[in-house]
Ligand binder design. Structure first.
Ligand code: C2O
Ligand code: CU
Length: 474
């Protein structure tokens, strides 16, 4: 073959193979080229899950009166502590309603500063979400406001102010909202543990230096005393062979808990209020600020015993509480609390780029000397995002800092899709996800409720210093 022809022939080969390669990319079935199609498929998978038949209203209206006011409570030793409290207790009321009930809360602000109530994790109409200046006017001292909504999801939720939040929550403003199945519960014991920590002065007062430079440069305010239901030592009495449903709520401003149940047999049946579709052991479950976990503990069948539950998140292991087993053996309750709801697998959701990337970082400046930013903006400045109602959306959080950020989204629940580029398949939804230093997390969600929803770090000092944005669903 003469030289010229050979070169032509090689040219032909190269061009052909390049074009075959290029064309084939559009037809290869496992190549994600059409993310629109995938999005449609992911949306369908979500709605195919039984979970989304919103329950009918029961027609029952449960009425509550809540006031926020200063109080003096004897919590530690003999010297009373000045707090802010809902209905003069810390934690405030534990409200129990059933799915489909309407909760009507007549709220009165008897503090000397403005406040609101936000219903953390609860799908409420946007106007009931309690964010001053965004979903309602703030409630001035002496004023009242009525919160009213129908509960769409079972689970363990909590409520707290959304104004001067780092201070008001730390001073004691929080309560628990439990939404039960319309069925009867069959647990021998249904126990709520509100986990919090307190930074106290020598004379048992809440240290009133809030949003300090130290707190802002670290993971928010961590107190030296850890409590359950405002008690330094809390115990549960249970009979052998019984089942205890333990509802854990982390109301701390910044502290993360990791729970060690020792040799107890545990089952994690719900996280952030949502059921899991695959109950797993609860050993080591992490609760970042704002998060909840529902754990079923199967008490050993024989004899007297004592078990401790400890926090192992930091190097200082801390005994939180105890379970004391004694008495006649129980018949043993059934487990119908969890309904094995379908949580979509969202198999290929990690294969296409997120619709929005949020970079989380800090810089000098602002009211507190340090600002926590999302896409270089500190709230009230923010990078707006619109999400389409009823469609699969994906958001990435990129932690460019060396601190923790439990990112919380109001009014929606989401599933973690990937961590540091690696696919994740958790068997439950969340409303708060903890990002470790320099970590990247992708979440997927199908927004079901329209309006302007806050998206912020639940380390309340970080949120106060700007780490907050708004997502609009329309
Ligand atoms: Cu418990 Cu805006 O949050
Ligand atoms: Cu943060």
């Amino acid at each position: 073959m003469p030289g010229g022809k050979l070169i032509n022939y090689l040219y032909f080969l190269i061009i052909t193979s390049i074009s075959i390669f290029t064309i084939s990319r559009f037809f290869l079935p496992n190549q994600v080229i059409n993310s629109d199609e995938l999005r449609t498929q992911l949306t369908k998978e979500f709605f195919d899950a039984e979970r989304y038949e919103d329950s009918d209203s029961t027609g029952i209206v449960v009425e509550y009166k809540i006031t926020a006011e200063p109080a003096s409570l004897t919590l530690f030793g003999n010297t009373p502590t000045d707090v802010y409290a809902y209905n003069r207790t810390v934690p405030g009321p534990i409200i129990r309603v059933r799915k489909g009930d309407t909760l009507k809360v007549d709220f009165t602000n008897n503090l000397s500063e403005s406040t609101t109530i936000h219903w953390h994790g609860v799908r409420v109409p946007n106007s009931m979400d309690g964010v001053p200046g965004i979903t309602q006017d703030s409630i001035a001292p002496g004023e009242t406001f009525t919160y009213e909504f129908t509960l769409k999801d079972t689970g363990t939720y909590w409520f707290h102010p959304h104004q001067n939040t780092a201070e008001q929550v730390e001073r004691g403003l929080y309560g628990v909202l439990i939404v039960e199945e319309p069925l009867e519960m069959t647990y021998d014991n249904d126990v709520v543990w509100v986990l919090d920590d307190w930074r106290l002065t020598q004379d048992n007062q809440i240290d009133d230096n809030f949003n300090t430079m130290h707190d802002l440069m670290h993971d928010g305010r961590w107190g030296q005393i850890i409590t359950i239901n405002s008690k330094e030592a809390e115990g549960i009495s249970a009979s052998p062979g019984s089942k205890v449903l333990l509802r854990l709520v982390n109301t701390a401003n910044g502290r993360v808990f990791r729970l060690d149940f020792g040799s107890l047999e545990t089952t994690l049946v719900g996280l952030d209020g949502q059921y899991t579709n695959t109950p797993t052991s609860a050993q080591g479950v992490e609760l970042s600020p704002g998060s909840r976990a529902e754990v079923v503990i199967t008490i050993p069948p024989l004899g007297k015993s004592q078990h401790t539950i400890t926090d192992t998140f930091t190097n200082n292991t801390y005994v939180l509480g105890a379970i004391n087993v004694s008495g006649e053996p129980a018949e043993g309750g059934s487990d119908h609390y969890y309904n094995n709801y379908k949580v979509p697998k969202w198999e290929n959701a990690h294969t296409f780029p997120p619709d929005k990337v949020y970079n989380l970082n800090a810089r000098r400046g602002g009211e507190y000397g340090i600002e926590w930013t999302i896409n270089d903006m500190a709230y009230p400045n923010y990078d707006p995002l619109e999400l389409k109602y009823g469609e699969f959306n994906k958001i990435a959080f990129v932690n460019e800092s060396a601190r923790l950020h439990p990112m919380h989204l109001h009014g929606q629940f989401f599933k973690v899709i990937s961590r540091n580029g690696k696919k994740v398949d958790e068997p439950y939804f969340r409303d708060t996800v903890l990002l470790g230093p320099r970590e990247t997390v992708e979440i997927g969600l199908v927004p079901l409720d329209k309006g302007k929803w806050m998206n912020h770090c639940h380390i309340l000092e970080h949120a106060e210093a700007g780490m907050m944005t708004i997502i609009e669903v329309r």
